[in-house]
Design a protein around this ligand. Sequence first.
Ligand SMILES: NC(=O)c1ccc[n+]([C@@H]2O[C@H](COP(=O)([O-])OP(=O)(O)OC[C@H]3O[C@@H](n4cnc5c(N)ncnc54)[C@H](O)[C@@H]3O)[C@@H](O)[C@H]2O)c1
Length: 433
Amino acid sequence: MRVTVIGSGYVGLVAGACFAETGNDVVCADVDEGKIAGLRRNELPIYEPGLEPLVRRNQDEGRLAFTTDIGAAVERAQVVFIAVGTPEGEDGSADLQHVLDVARVIGRHLNGPKVIATKSTVPVGTAERVREVIRAESQESFSVCANPEFLKEGAAVEDFMHPDRVVVGVDDDRARETMAQLYGPFFRKSDRILFMDIPSAEITKYAANAMLASRISFMNQIANLCELVGADVTNVRRGIGTDQRIGPAFLFPGPGYGGACFPKDVKALIRTARDAGAAADLLEAVETVNQRQKRVLLHKVDAAFDGALAGKTVALWGLAFKAETDDVRESPAIPLVEELLARGARVVAHDPHAMENARRYFGDRIGYAVDPYTAAHGADALVVVTEWLVYRNPDFDRLRSEMAGRVLVDGRNLYDAARMRGLGFSYASIGRP
Ligand SMILES: NC(=O)c1ccc[n+]([C@@H]2O[C@H](COP(=O)([O-])OP(=O)(O)OC[C@H]3O[C@@H](n4cnc5c(N)ncnc54)[C@H](O)[C@@H]3O)[C@@H](O)[C@H]2O)c1
């Protein structure tokens, strides 16, 4: 099938590469000329495990191409995915400017029946707006469908190739049959393409992210309670995660959720609920707890120095919002660094893949170390922000000899508290005594 994906970021690039991998003829389009020029040379704009070989192979074998000519990309396609960003607008709602711009271009270049699928995360009613914008530009026949994406950064290719399910909101047979054909290869053993009405598909994406964000805020709140009453959240997590009704995923406490999705999607869902006259108090609480949680690591470092952070050197392990991604958008590291700097501390950070992106936020205001131990060199405190594998079992003797101080704040509960104290660290973690 001739597929065009407009927007070649985390979602569009992964979707395009995976559709090409299953034999389709795919063009990925983007307005970012630098990104497209790099992709043509197999230089990826993002770090995503397994993606580079997929792009290279499919490009070499002629199933995947990149362009900035969005109109031509639309004209050649049988199905067009809109995968551009939907950032947070000023009032918390999703900013649909890019989606509707793309819809306009699609309308102007419609040259025969096509299926137009929204893959960006968009509020309920957006597919309908996309339909109206295209209809205003063209008399050609077309279908719209809502096909939200559930991939996780850091495991995006794996998630796309082996999805738990694919959700497709449709209101005609052409869209249903096209999407069934396109996603069929990903479901050889089971059929988990969930066709539904378009508004339900749009809400499903937000409900999924809001549920996951709720679990994180819930556990963070339980963790903070554990600390105050002498309980250990790790035991509590195991105790509840083995309940089949609850399950073990997304129960790890930490420094708050971040990334390009949960924060903005929870806010956008709150906005949608308010606009519809529905209560959103549970979602508001999820958001409030998360804002508070993003300050937890700062409070722990601050407490370790009795509030006297000026002149102290703080090493950070991890800048990405989670492991296995270079994405720093809404990372808990950002407010932490800003607060540390505002209090007069010096910050030196290490991250295996996110330092280039972090530099856009912090420039030369912090130091960037080539490896974890160099970051810790001369530091009064070390804060573990991201759960990268490389931080999980470090050489603690070497770490001690590099550091000037002994404060170790573990934002991901990677280390054994008794062992850390035995090694002489002044150790703090999340929700453990
Ligand atoms: N990143 C994720 O993990 C993830 C997961 C599921 C869903 N989503 C959703 O998918 C959408 C895209 O997210 P992303 O993380 O891939 O964003 P991104 O910022 O990585 O990529 C978006 C791309 O769209 C391009 N673009 C913007 N306007 C354009 C236009 N008018 N024409 C062509 N290209 C244009 C940008 O240049 C950019 O390359 C968002 O709605 C997001 O909420 C993201």
